[in-house]
Write a protein that binds this ligand. Structure first.
Ligand code: PMP
Length: 347
């Protein structure tokens, strides 16, 4: 190792799901929405000439639209480059004590990567045998709490009363609730942000709004929390939100009807697919998301993963303790899921 390398910040990065370059594949591996964004988004051409200008550093158009949509004040909203960026900013801003932050052993696998990157110590209380979060594990002293609700990759949602219980036991730290999948059936913690000034609710346009490619995420919380996050963000990079994201994200929020229609279709396909796979020996927890976490009584998950891949059907497999016999299957179109089902039946 060269001398300079001993001063390098060394990290083991998060590995996102594969983005295959081929056409004619069935892509059920990264929880994208199978439907295109709202036609209103597609119609709203961004005048390319305008791209010579810097975007609005405050992204006011988008922030105001999101705030109106949720009935909030615009200083209760923080926007970022996907919820990954928003969550990373929140970790950097709020987890700055000597105490360990807490998040489940099985959850979004970026949380421990950010903790390592920012030098935050952490503990991962184990989910119970049914993959449920045990609220009591979060009653002890800690440096902050992060809960994905619905959780990933399990798909399981907890009610708002569960989140409130965690908040009641954690008044001295920031509690982040990652609601990436909430639109597919979860109960949001948003009604609690006025009561708990230490609650940050994080959302994304990547799943229910079909806009993973544009990278838009946001956080909602008390004015104080949002101000602290903005101070960190503007000390790091003023122009995180590009002009197309600001304009097209706004159009998406305006089209509630399309949003409900496409989310409804995903939910309907999910519930149908779940019943079908149960008939052929699969089981999975009840999902409140756009994916199912499935396991088969006889065939190992790794084998299904590899054989599906040979047929150009991509699902997600995590070679990790406790979940290495499960597959996370994103809900595609009805047609995609019918093809996948036929494949599973032949297997
Ligand atoms: N939170 C959870 C629980 C996720 O599964 C994802 C998707 N990888 C994200 C956050 C980040 O999504 P994005 O950055 O596209 O908003």
């Amino acid at each position: 190792m060269s001398a300079w390398e001993s001063n390098v910040r060394k990290v083991i990065p998060y590995v996102p799901g594969e983005q295959p370059k081929e056409n004619n594949i069935i892509k059920l591996n990264t929880n994208e929405n199978p439907y295109p964004p709202s036609p209103k988004v597609l119609e709203k051409a961004v005048e390319l000439e305008k791209l010579r200008l810097y975007p609005d550093d405050k992204a006011e158009l988008l922030v105001d639209t999101i705030a109106d949509y949720h009935g909030l004040n615009n200083n209760q909203v923080f926007v970022g480059v996907g919820s990954d960026d928003v969550l990373a900013m929140a970790f950097m801003t709020f987890f700055n004590s000597d105490r360990s932050i807490l998040f489940p052993d099985i959850t979004y696998s970026f949380y421990d990567v950010w903790a390592e990157l920012f030098g935050i110590s952490y503990e991962r209380p184990a989910l119970d045998d049914n993959f449920r979060i045990k609220a009591e594990d979060y009653y002890k002293e800690n440096g902050g709490v992060v809960i994905a609700n619905p959780n990933a990759p399990t798909g399981i949602a907890e009610p708002i009363s569960f989140i409130e219980d965690i908040l009641e036991h954690n008044k001295d730290v920031v509690v982040i609730v990652d609601e990436a999948y909430v639109d597919f059936g979860g109960e949001s913690a948003l009604p609690l942000i006025d009561k708990y000034e230490n609650l940050l609710v994080v959302r994304t346009f990547s799943k229910s709004r079909s806009m993973a490619g544009l990278r838009i995420g946001y956080a909602m919380g008390s004015e104080k929390l949002i101000k602290y996050m903005k101070d960190v963000k503007f000390s790091y990079n003023s122009y995180t939100m590009n002009m197309p994201s600001i304009i097209l994200g706004t159009e998406s929020i305006k089209d509630e009807e399309y949003f409900r229609e496409t989310v409804g279709k995903v939910v309907e396909t999910r519930d149908w697919f779940k019943e079908e796979i149960k008939k052929i020996g699969f089981s999975c927890p009840d999902s409140s998301t756009n994916f199912l976490f499935i396991t088969h009584k006889d065939i190992p998950a790794s084998e299904i993963f590899n054989k599906a891949r040979e047929k150009k059907i991509f699902v997600r497999y995590f070679k990790k303790p406790r979940i290495d016999n499960y597959l996370r299957v994103t809900i595609g179109t009805r047609e995609d899921m019918e093809t996948f089902l036929e494949f599973l039946k032949t297997l």
